[in-house]
Design a protein. Structure first.
Ligand code: ATP
Length: 359
């Protein structure tokens, strides 16, 4: 029997209202084509829209409504443009990740066959710890880990815990078991000995429970050179919050464009689809943004729902979206960042046709 889902939609700012509706259409088309259940969508205010209505970028009413959903799509936000004091507060995605304890940020970077890119053949996944590390705006229970004792001095602290490191390492090794069975741990334990040293040591301990998975580790600075030289050699990369954020932009671009890099934020019982890229205000309103990252994130959410609810039809819908995206690009339809001439909405239409023809 097919399972129906209640999913939230947060359009976000700048290119968000252009790319998120394309992902929603793709999900509806794929669910129908895969013989999966129906999705009931609930659009909720966030970002500039919420600031206008409620004076807050992430209202409590939005968080409460999300609690009642099975998962949601989050568009990118342009928090750097919010009016003060909102600009200085924890941004919308940080607020949501913290509220729901979404500790795992899974960011694949995969190049499309035949597509021109810096590192063809890249197929890796960054598994980024999402709740602690060196992002001081979200690594404390109350307040932030950043302070300014005088106008000329700013201090921040980073936090790495054994449990935070263990649970993200388990995610990474579990994922590697389903892929090419290799995990690379990224840290800076030669300098940040106690913090990222703890992260590396805990990940190495977790590795012992996964004897089929090989493991190595690199310092973050060396890792950037390894990625630029030989990104296709990597499988799963596990690292702390800030290192993961930077490495995923790098690997997304090496694999093609930041516009194709999807991501899923999850805990054991919640998941949020969110493209790896930001809100790209420089190209907003022109219908030229690449929707692939947002669409791919929605596909990841469907597969996550599939494994949570033991629902093969919804997982099939997620796979169908990925296959249709690849077929659409291979057949010559892509947005300008990938060298094509398609609009964002035009790509969405071609994708829906492709989903229909793949079934
Ligand atoms: P944030 O800090 O919110 O992650 P950012 O400062 O890293 O944002 P982005 O908004 O991700 O920056 O944009 C970086 C560059 O990538 C910009 O030139 C932008 O136009 C481009 N870009 C980002 N997303 C897309 C997309 N979906 N399609 C095309 N180009 C994109």
């Amino acid at each position: 029997m097919s399972h129906n889902y209640h999913l939230g939609v947060l359009l976000g700012d700048a290119i968000g209202p252009e790319i998120v509706p394309v992902a929603v259409r793709a999900v509806d088309a794929a669910m129908e084509a895969a013989g999966a259940g129906k999705v009931e969508w609930e659009q909720l205010p966030l970002g500039f829209e919420a600031i206008e209505k409620f004076g807050e970028h992430t209202p409590m009413s939005t968080l409460k409504a999300l609690e009642a959903t099975d998962g949601w799509l989050l568009g990118p936000h342009d928090s750097a443009s919010y009016p003060e004091p909102l600009r200085s507060t924890l941004n919308p995605s940080g607020t949501i990740r913290k509220h729901f304890g979404l500790f795992a940020n899974i960011r694949p970077a995969r190049s499309f066959p035949g597509q021109d890119c810096v590192k063809p053949g890249t197929d890796l996944v960054i598994v980024r710890e999402n709740t602690e590390g060196f992002y001081a705006d979200r690594n404390t229970f109350r307040g932030t880990g950043e302070m300014m004792p005088t106008p000329d001095m700013a201090i921040m602290h980073g936090i790495i815990t054994r449990e935070g490191s263990r649970r993200i390492a388990v995610e990474a090794f579990t994922l590697a078991e389903q892929r090419r069975k290799h995990v690379t741990i990224v840290h800076k334990a030669n300098v940040l000995r106690m913090t990222t040293g703890l992260f590396r040591d805990v990940a190495r301990e977790v590795a012992k429970d996964f004897p089929d998975v090989t493991v190595d580790d690199f310092h973050i600075d060396a890792m950037t050179t390894h990625l630029v030289r030989r990104a296709p050699d990597f499988d799963v990369i596990v690292t702390e919050n800030m290192f993961g954020d930077i490495l995923s932009d790098l690997s997304g671009e090496l694999a093609g464009s930041l516009g194709i890099a999807p991501s899923l934020n999850s805990s054991a019982d919640r998941a949020m689809a969110q493209a790896s890229h930001g809100s790209a205000p420089d190209i907003a309103g022109r219908d030229i943004a690449n929707p692939i990252a947002m669409i791919g994130s929605a596909a990841m959410l469907l597969r996550w729902l599939g494994s949570k609810h033991d629902d093969t039809a919804v997982a099939r819908a997620g796979d169908l979206i990925d296959r249709a995206v690849e077929a659409t690009v291979t057949s010559g339809t892509s947005t300008p960042d990938m060298g094509g001439a398609s609009t964002c909405s035009g790509f969405g239409e071609a994708l829906v046709d492709q989903i229909g023809s793949l079934v």
